[in-house]
Design a binder for this molecule. Structure first.
Ligand code: FUL
Length: 474
């Protein structure tokens, strides 16, 4: 009898305990979600592309592969200067063209006679990848490699043997220069290929040697081309894509799809926007006065990082092997402008009022999570609810012209339409400020400056309960 009472009491306590725990349950993931390495990659946001090789010295964009390796002879190559420039520019890593379409290897490859070993640079003893990977480590930057499958020098190119040769080359690089955060596969090919590339073999080789690398191509699997070389992601940009039946290059999905991703698609393949500071990818004296302006770079930033894509900005070391002074200056001006815009987040610590909250009494999903500057805390709603609004109360009048929204993507991308309003102090009513479709990892909105003490964000359409982890007002 006594036992029964004890059992009942225990049962009641257990039930109460379970119901309290439930209050802390996070929402279930929706659709595909990023892998750990894809999330780390997304948080990098902005990093450097470096195009360097024989083309630097010959002034062409696509080398024929027949160039004499003797043309490669930088007089003062210094990868530490590249790394220092990237660091000061606010970038998180560097991806180098280890082998471009001309087949020239920037390291002394065992598998090619078209490499630094056959050049006069450091009497054939140099290794650009060794220098750059060491410089990246020194400056706390991540290191990535571009290797073009299209090879205009390799005699085996176009034969079935080439796939294995390319894999050997790939393995050589990936095994030798420390952690690689991104493997960049270019789909471009100007010559006819009679023997198809073995993409499955290429990808599995990358992951065998660098399991944490994010693989870039037209169809991922780690991240995808944004569909243009202007640095512009779509205003609508889903990190999901359906790659069935597609391969990189000629058989890639249409560029419009790459630009905007696909809502409800089965694979998590976020966009990366690649664009060059100069009109071409490689250095040419003719482009010294044609660098993108700070305004153009800001437009690119808002259209890439500000539209749920990472920005891969290319710089072109010159014939000395240095990033030219003008290019480096422009990168610093660009950084300064971003610092000016983003230095003070007016929303930090602000009071937030939500129309609805998940498990209200637990406070785990409370609206203030969006202004606490922690990545892993977020505001969300009860299961089944997909629309809601948030008011950020600044408690004083402020002047602002940029809004930042971040969706908590570790549980999937959900939001499909939203608007932003501000409280018009004179008229005492809400006025429309901006609106959009997707948010994703980060969405930045620019508008003519307004003065107000409150803004309201309304989620009008989402595929599952929306999760917002950060809001910034600048
Ligand atoms: C393209 C290449 O053909 C260009 O030369 C450059 O490397 C660019 C980043 O990708 O597909």
């Amino acid at each position: 009898m006594e036992n029964k009472i004890v059992f009942r009491i225990l049962f009641v306590f257990f039930a109460i305990f379970l119901s309290r725990c439930k209050q802390f349950d996070p929402p279930a993931p929706y659709g595909p979600v990023p892998g750990v390495e894809q999330l780390e990659w997304q948080k990098m946001e902005y990093y450097m592309f470096v195009h360097f090789g024989p083309n630097t010295f010959t002034g062409v964009e696509w080398g024929s592969g027949k160039e004499d390796p003797a043309v490669f002879n930088p007089t003062a190559l210094d990868c530490r200067q590249w790394a220092q420039t990237a660091k000061n520019a606010g970038m998180q890593g560097i991806i180098i063209t280890a082998k471009h379409h001309d087949g020239f290897c920037l390291w002394p490859s065992r598998y090619s006679t078209h490499s630094v070993r056959y050049s006069p640079w450091l009497s054939g003893q140099g290794d650009v990848l060794a220098e750059l990977s060491a410089a990246c480590r020194e400056y706390g930057l991540k290191f990535g490699v571009y290797l073009s499958p299209w090879d205009r020098n390799n005699p085996a190119y176009g034969t079935p043997e080439y796939n294995q040769l390319f894999v050997n080359t790939l393995a050589e690089v990936l095994a030798s220069y420390g952690p690689v955060f991104e493997q960049w596969f270019d789909g471009a090919c100007g010559d006819l290929v009679s023997s198809p590339y073995d993409w499955n073999l290429f990808n599995s080789t990358v992951l065998e040697y660098q399991p944490n690398a994010v693989i870039f191509s037209d169809v991922g699997p780690g991240c995808r081309w944004v569909g243009n070389e202007r640095g512009f992601a779509g205003e609508t940009n889903w990190s999901t894509l359906d790659t069935a039946g597609f391969t990189p290059g000629r058989n890639a999905p249409p560029v419009g799809i790459l630009n905007s991703g696909q809502r409800g698609a089965p694979c998590w393949i976020p966009a990366e926007a690649d664009v060059s500071l100069r009109p071409g990818w490689f250095y040419s004296p003719g482009t010294d006065n044609a660098l993108k302006s700070v305004e153009e770079l800001m437009d690119i930033y808002f259209a890439s990082v500000g539209r749920n894509a990472n920005l891969l900005l290319n710089v072109s070391p010159d014939r000395r092997g240095l990033i030219p002074e003008g290019d480096s200056l422009r990168l610093m001006e660009f950084r300064q402008r971003r610092d000016e815009v983003f230095s003070r987040n007016l929303a930090r610590g602000a009071r937030v009022i939500a129309s609805s909250v998940r498990n209200e009494d637990s406070r785990k999903f409370c609206p203030e999570n969006v202004t606490d500057s922690e990545y892993d805390t977020y505001w969300t709603l009860e299961e089944g609810k997909t629309t809601a609004s948030l008011i950020i109360d600044l408690d004083r009048e402020e002047n602002f012209s940029v809004l930042m929204l971040q969706e908590y993507i570790p549980l999937g991308q959900r939001i499909a339409r939203f608007i932003v309003e501000y409280w018009h102090l004179g008229e005492k009513q809400w006025r429309l400020l901006a609106g959009g479709t997707t948010i994703g990892y980060k969405r930045l909105l620019r508008f003519p400056a307004v003065t107000s003490d409150k803004i309201r964000i309304s989620i009008l359409e989402a595929d599952a309960p929306p999760l917002i982890n950060t809001i910034g007002i600048f």
